[in-house]
Design a protein around this ligand. Structure first.
Ligand code: F0G
Length: 456
């Protein structure tokens, strides 16, 4: 058997990408105030800013789009998607939303009250923000291994059950439900094991608490379980996904990830008593319950995409892609969050710029260097994203300085990854030339999206 694991698709429609010169990129980055979020996408060669809504749809999905029923109420497309979601999740109630954060807003506004606290492995930013805006504390309780980039562990997304139990005993009356994020994006795209999920659900149940899953990347998580957890190697990945959902009382989904679509999301619920208030709020903010802010054609594309996202050949290639780039980085002596996760590789900027002071934002500097060297756009996950400038002018910094390269689904081929590995290795060779930045303008919240910088 040949060892090369190929892309399990061929290309039917192409979109040119534009090579720029180094001089051009220097000018473009200056014009963007040294913030890659402000670049025009057409000036980026390889865009690994996010895997969210950026992937390629299949010929089947484009075909299904023509079948979209755009009726305001009771569209055929709704019932088609509802049947797929019911089959995968086993949950009777399905509510479409325009994307993941809308699902979070509607569900949390219905189930939570100010003063409560929600445990999770790690909350994604919008999940945290949608809880905090309601006065609810979002508590991250991932296992300690999940916070050490170089530490190998097959399920670094697991939640620390001892800490959850202590929380339930000390403040059980404040907890409306427990959450778990599959895979754990904020912690490096790391999976949760079935054993951890099962034990967490049982622990919550003993205390009378429901479990809500954030399932953006549930298919990648299910494939990791198949590949790594004893007893699952011979189970179809869809059956593993069904078991995952069987432990939950509800879920929120950003379909822009494992739904394989460019826009969409949903809530699925097991409990009848939640459906009425959730639908009422949905009508107020998203739309009628049979379209939830999406067009009929979007519902059709998602009905097909959810099945394609569970295809095992696709998933094996998908997880191998990140692993492959990890191997290339390791050979070049570059540190990254290990093992590689499902949707992204997180480079440890400290391994490239060990001497740069944190106040010069090494991960931000590395992100800029990747663009200047090779036209690659990643995202800083470090002290610009998670640090703050206090009112007295002092700064707080993040514990890790990472650059996330997140891979759109079915979009880039192996040669794009080989090219990126060469660029990253070259950047490390030239690390002495990389300049840090200082922030000259920033908003109060989520400063990484819009801040303006200059070279130190
Ligand atoms: N939960 C997780 C774990 C996510 O990664 C995201 C989005 C959301 C919820 C929100 O979903 O964007 O559809 O509203 N993550 C993207 C990213 C933006 O780049 O990681 P959304």
């Amino acid at each position: 058997m040949p060892k090369t694991l190929i892309e399990p698709f061929r290309i039917k429609s192409v979109e040119p990408i534009r090579m720029t010169s180094r001089a051009e990129r220097e000018r473009l980055l200056e014009e963007a105030r040294l913030n890659v979020f402000k670049l025009r996408a057409e000036d980026v060669l390889i865009d690994w800013l996010t895997d969210s809504g950026t992937g390629a749809m299949s010929a089947r999905q484009w075909g299904a789009i023509m079948e979209g029923d755009e009726s305001y109420a009771g569209a055929r497309s709704f019932y088609r998607l509802e049947a797929v979601v019911r089959e995968i999740t086993g949950m009777p109630h399905f509510i479409p939303t325009h994307q993941g954060r809308a699902a979070e807003k509607v569900l949390f506004s219905t189930l939570c009250q100010a003063g409560q606290v929600v445990p999770n492995n790690c909350h994604f930013d919008t999940t945290r923000a949608n809880l905090e805006v309601l006065g609810v504390q979002a508590l991250d309780l991932v296992i300690p291994e999940g916070l050490e980039p170089a530490r190998l562990h097959p399920f670094k997304g697991n939640i620390d059950l001892a800490r959850v139990e202590a929380l339930l005993q000390a403040q059980g009356d404040r907890i409306p439900f427990g959450m778990l994020t599959l895979t754990n994006n904020t912690g490096g795209g790391q999976p949760v094991s079935m054993a951890n999920l099962r034990d967490y659900a049982a622990l919550l149940r003993r205390h009378g608490k429901p479990l809500i899953l954030d399932v953006c990347r549930f298919a990648e998580n299910a494939m990791f379980i198949k590949m790594r957890e004893p007893g699952y190697a011979d189970r179809p990945v869809q059956a593993i996904a069904q078991e995952i959902f069987s432990y939950a009382d509800g879920c929120t989904m950003s379909a822009k990830k494992d739904g394989m679509v460019n826009i969409g999301g949903f809530i699925a619920l097991r409990r009848d008593e939640w459906i009425e208030p959730v639908r009422n709020l949905l009508i107020l903010t998203e739309g009628f319950p049979t379209y939830g802010g999406l067009a009929g054609r979007d519902l059709e594309a998602l009905a097909v995409g959810l099945r394609e996202g569970l295809d095992e050949d696709y998933l094996r290639y998908r997880l191998r892609t990140a692993e492959y780039l990890g191997e290339r980085l390791e050979a070049a002596g570059i540190g990254f969050v290990r093992p590689t996760g499902g949707h992204a590789v997180y480079i440890d900027a400290r391994s490239v710029l060990p001497d740069m002071p944190v106040a010069h934002y090494p991960a931000w500097a590395l992100c800029n260097a990747l663009y200047l060297e090779g036209g690659i756009r990643g995202v800083e996950v470090g002290s610009v994203m998670f640090g703050k400038r206090l009112d007295d002018g002092r700064e707080t910094f993040h514990t890790m300085e990472l650059v996330r390269l997140a891979f759109p689904r079915r979009m880039y081929t192996q040669s794009h990854f080989d090219y990126a590995a060469e660029v990253i290795a070259e950047v490390k060779e030239q690390a002495g030339r990389i300049r840090g930045v200082r922030i000259v303008r920033q908003p109060r919240h989520l400063r990484h999206f819009t801040c303006e910088c200059e070279w130190v």
